[in-house]
Design a protein around this ligand. Structure first.
Ligand SMILES: [Zn+2]
Length: 263
């Protein structure tokens, strides 16, 4: 071979190496899913997949949970399906926040979570769960109105390395539950947890730093952990765990299957 030929061969093998690295590169989302230990044919696969921790390289991988889980999919529960609404909530007191429309993928992701909620949650007064663009509080993934009847899910709820959509939805439903309670019941929770010292954070451990903000956030986070990470709640905030068992019973859990399954 001439020097020119050698250079051409070198160049070709270099191009080939780059090409094969690009084409045959590992799928980072598949690796993310496979290394989590979540079983693709398990009944709770979709929600477990949504709860797999993410980082800056896997922040949008939960969009593909549907593809990784081979479990049968639930027919959408009509109660929750009807709660997913487009347009702005009627009594929203943050006029600068703009409504968005649910995409098909977002609807599917929301229904995965909502389908598995305990039936008891269907008896709370809720006008709707709305898709809003951005929160006035820029990093906020969700909000609930003061009366607990309107929930907004923002852009930030999706594709975040910091939280799962399941944790955002169950947190906001926690606000719905807390706001539906009468003054006496709220006071009982405040007393049991020790939030009654004005201007001070209650004593004891918290499930997250958000929970330290005030009694509302503490309740919402404890409620979310009661559904998604019960063991952590039990060990860190046993008083909240006991209070929630008393209100909802110990059987208040995510359903691992669904009434109507698509074949
Ligand atoms: Zn909150």
């Amino acid at each position: 071979m001439t020097i020119l030929d050698v250079n051409i061969v070198k160049l070709l093998s270099f191009v080939l190496a780059i090409f094969s690295r690009t084409v045959f590169a590992e799928d980072p989302c598949l690796t993310w899913f496979q290394s989590s230990g979540v079983k693709s044919d398990g009944k709770g696969c979709l929600i477990s997949c949504d709860l797999i921790p993410k980082d800056m390289s896997s922040f949008d991988c939960s969009d593909r949970c549907d593809e990784f889980c081979k479990a049968k999919k639930c027919q959408p529960n009509p109660y929750w399906k009807n709660k997913l609404k487009n347009g702005a909530p009627k009594n929203w007191n943050l006029p600068t926040e703009q409504p968005a429309n649910w995409t098909d993928l977002e609807m599917t992701q929301m229904m995965t979570i909502l389908n598995q909620l305990p039936d008891q949650l269907e008896s709370f007064p809720l006008d709707g769960i709305y898709r809003m663009k951005k929160s006035v509080d820029i990093i906020n993934p969700g909000s609930t109105s003061d009366d607990g009847k309107e929930i907004a899910i923002y852009d930030r709820a999706f594709h975040s390395p910091f939280w799962s959509l399941s944790s955002v939805v169950t947190h906001e439903l926690g606000h719905m539950v807390f706001q539906s309670m009468g003054a006496a019941e709220k006071q009982k929770y405040i007393d049991v947890l020790g939030w009654n010292k004005k201007g001070a954070i209650r004593p004891g451990e918290f499930v997250s730093s958000t929970a330290k903000d005030d009694v509302n956030e503490d309740f919402a986070e404890n409620f979310s952990f009661f559904l998604l990470n019960r063991d952590i709640l039990k060990s860190k905030v046993p008083k909240a765990y006991g209070w929630l068992v008393q209100k909802f019973t110990a059987n208040f859990k995510l359903k691992d299957g669904c009434k109507n399954e698509n074949n």
